[in-house]
Design a protein around this ligand. Structure first.
Ligand SMILES: Nc1ncnc2c1ncn2[C@@H]1O[C@H](COP(=O)(O)OP(=O)(O)OP(=O)(O)O)[C@@H](O)[C@H]1O
Ligand SMILES: [Mg+2]
Length: 252
């Protein structure tokens, strides 16, 4: 996206002059002070809000509102988005409802997703029969089902305990890798940002703009369980914390 700005109808300018590039197959995290415009940016990238500036996909301009329709992008929100009246399998296939795929193809894709998410034995279960971590995995699989080029996640794991969260991190990176999918992740958790990302963007306070862009050179085949004890991880974590604190510290 180039030079993207957005002001809400009431006059609050949420983001300003955003220049951000997410490379194919990469994970980018977005961190910043509360209210700095992260969710607004997500709604712009996913075509839910029309902003000034341009958004391009593979160097080609695409009207943001068409990005969702063209299945370039899909979003998983923070709140529990699974549908309680549908089984795990039906929830995931809901993400495929508009895809012009043969029935057999859809069934194969659902099988594969259930396997990737370790939910094969729960395909006929209803969400209330699952743990919180399993429900989050169902939400993720539903978002991944249409195989978007870019999966956007707005604080999707914040309600989970640490071991469950790390387990899902590992699944998510495997799936992204396998499907060559890019991820844009909004998070308040610096450990999560470092362990999953190739790049981390730190936003300024509102109107949000890029304060720093930090590379996380930990490779795609990283082991999210063990990475946290490495020196590189610790260094990046501290660097990000300082950069985030610089922004929070200047919040009025
Ligand atoms: N629908 C809306 N109408 C008017 N102003 C809004 C609306 N949604 C958000 N804002 C304002 O835009 C600014 C950015 O909000 P946004 O939700 O993007 O922040 P955020 O970075 O996601 O915050 P948090 O980390 O708390 O989720 C805030 O000042 C907020 O008050
Ligand atoms: Mg938000």
């Amino acid at each position: 996206m180039h030079n993207v700005s957005y002001t809400y109808p009431g006059g609050v300018q949420a983001v300003q002059n955003l220049d951000i590039e997410i490379r194919s197959g990469e994970v980018m995290s977005l961190i910043g002070p509360s209210g700095c415009g992260k969710s607004t940016m997500i709604s712009i990238v996913s075509g839910l809000r029309e902003a000034s500036g341009t958004i391009e996909w593979n160097q080609k301009y695409v009207d943001a509102a068409n990005a969702l329709n063209q299945r370039l992008v899909n979003v998983v929100f923070q709140r529990d988005t699974v549908m309680p009246w549908l089984s795990v399998e039906k929830n995931i296939s809901f993400g495929l409802r508009y895809l012009p795929l043969p029935k057999k193809e859809k069934a194969l894709r659902i099988d594969r997703l259930l396997k990737m998410g370790g939910l094969e034995d729960f395909r006929h279960s209803r969400p209330h029969q699952l743990s919180g971590g399993m429900r989050r995995r169902v939400a993720l699989l539903t978002g991944i089902a249409p195989q978007p080029k870019l999966l956007i996640l707005d604080e999707p794991f914040s309600a989970l305990d640490e071991p469950t969260r790390i387990g899902i991190h590992a699944d998510l990176l495997d799936m992204a890798h396998e499907l060559d999918m890019s991820i844009l992740l909004v998070t308040h958790d610096l450990s999560e940002a470092v362990s999953l990302s190739d790049q981390v963007v730190v936003f300024t306070k509102r109107p949000g703009t890029v304060a720093s862009l930090v590379d996380v050179p930990l490779g795609r085949d990283r082991d999210v369980h063990h990475i946290r004890s490495t020196d590189t991880y610790q260094l990046i974590y501290r660097d990000l914390w300082d950069k985030l604190w610089d922004q929070i510290g200047t919040t009025a």
